[in-house]
Write a protein that binds this ligand. Structure first.
Ligand SMILES: Cc1ncc(C[n+]2csc(CCOP(=O)(O)OP(=O)(O)O)c2C)c(N)n1
Length: 370
């Protein structure tokens, strides 16, 4: 089991000899474009929250390489059981930006019909299972789905994410234990970004790393530089291939940093040293990958401009469309739970419809309550 930190790109974006996965030029540029778009989406999400236009936002700034590199190792038919800091995967899986932003507003265009917090996405067409607020629940769900696939004899792989804090959840132990025993085709990605809200990862565990925990569950554990997209991709590709061959799960720890606060409701400056933040800022995964592209002559100022301005324009158009979309119809409150409503719910729906007709509620329904 390798527990040293695996890296391919040095801090100046040079690939170590013999380790470069040599992805095709167009794919490297696609990955860069996705990283830039993910950062732009994040910047806009936080700005909309600060302007009072959406109620809440969770940034993934600094973790673009970690989640995009990991998910890039999958086939499109594989499944994702995400935490809440992997928005780039939605772009990778071609979810329209407008659908992503409608989720922030909880409007009629939102797949969850306004019932979830912003950033708790669910996209069936992308095999992207609903983000849950309770930490760790996705880990057992992925283990169960993996066990089912193995029983069915298909070769789908399941990738699930958690943070360093997520390793202290009951579901982490249950999920990894079941996956280990049943050789479920699951890749567990623990994005160790240094903090679980204000709790630093040194206080989260007495283990020497998160990856070493894999040994207790009878699976390989790997530690990789989470700000190095090529290294994350390479490690996850090996784990995905192993899973697809029926050799069971892997725990991958991506070592990275949460550059933003925990959420729009938090202020990291109250518990994180400015020096720590500044040190990580120099390791920005986008800058590092950009330097790699420059060494390969795949990056120009014009390409950068196109990536940044293109992403901003797409996001601006999507925000405009999302803000012009109305709230979910009041009646949708009763959808999706029962195929046939119970008599009690039928009665409640009648009452609610009456109330709306009399002007008792309606206009204000659907607004985020913050
Ligand atoms: C079971 C459970 N306990 C506590 C919380 C409150 N909570 C929300 S996020 C969070 C921190 C999670 O940190 P981590 O897993 O490291 O992920 P990160 O936010 O760093 O990506 C906590 C404790 C929760 N949502 N669910």
């Amino acid at each position: 089991m390798s527990l040293e930190l695996l890296t391919i790109l040095d801090q100046d974006g040079k690939a170590q000899k013999g380790k470069d996965p040599n992805l095709p030029a167009a794919e490297l540029q696609r990955l860069y474009r996705l990283m830039v778009a993910t950062r732009a989406l994040d910047d806009r999400g936080l700005a909309l929250q600060r302007q009072g236009r959406i109620g809440f936002y969770l940034q993934s700034t600094g973790q673009e390489a970690s989640h995009l590199g990991a998910a890039y190792a999958l086939h499109d038919s594989d499944w994702l059981f995400p935490a809440y800091r992997q928005p780039g995967i939605l772009l990778l899986r071609k979810v329209p930006i407008e659908k992503i932003i409608c989720e922030w507003f909880g409007n009629a265009g939102d797949t969850s019909k306004g019932r979830q917090m912003p950033v708790h996405y669910s996209f069936r067409q992308a095999n992207f299972v609903s983000v849950s607020s309770p930490i760790g629940t996705q880990l057992t769900q992925a283990a169960g789905a993996g066990m089912a696939a193995r029983l069915r004899g298909d070769d789908t792989v399941f990738m699930t994410f958690c943070g360093d804090g997520g390793t202290s959840s009951n579901d982490f132990h249950t999920g990894l234990n079941f996956a280990g025993v049943y050789k479920a085709p699951v890749v567990f990605v623990c994005e160790n970004n240094g903090y679980a809200i204000s709790v630093p990862s040194q206080k989260q565990t007495a283990s020497t790393s998160m990856a070493i925990k894999a040994e207790a569950y009878g699976m390989p554990g790997v530690r990789v530089d989470g700000n190095d997209i090529l290294a994350v991709y390479r490690v996850c590709k090996e784990a995905v291939d192993r899973a697809r061959r029926g050799e069971g799960p892997t725990l991958v720890e991506t070592v990275t940093h949460r550059m933003a606060s925990h959420s729009s409701s938090d202020d990291a400056a109250r518990y994180r040293d400015a020096a720590e933040y500044e040190a990580w800022k120099k390791k920005d995964p986008i800058v590092r990958f950009q330097q790699y592209l420059q060494h390969k002559k795949l990056w120009t100022e014009a390409f950068e401009q196109e990536c940044v301005e293109g992403a901003k324009a797409d996001i601006a158009a999507a925000v405009k469309a999302a803000e012009a979309t109305g709230n979910p119809a009041v009646d949708t409150l009763f959808d999706d739970v029962y195929l046939n409503l119970t008599p009690q719910l039928e009665e409640q729906r009648r009452e609610l419809r009456d109330l709306v007709q009399r002007g008792g509620v309606g206009a204000e329904v659907g607004h985020f309550p913050l």
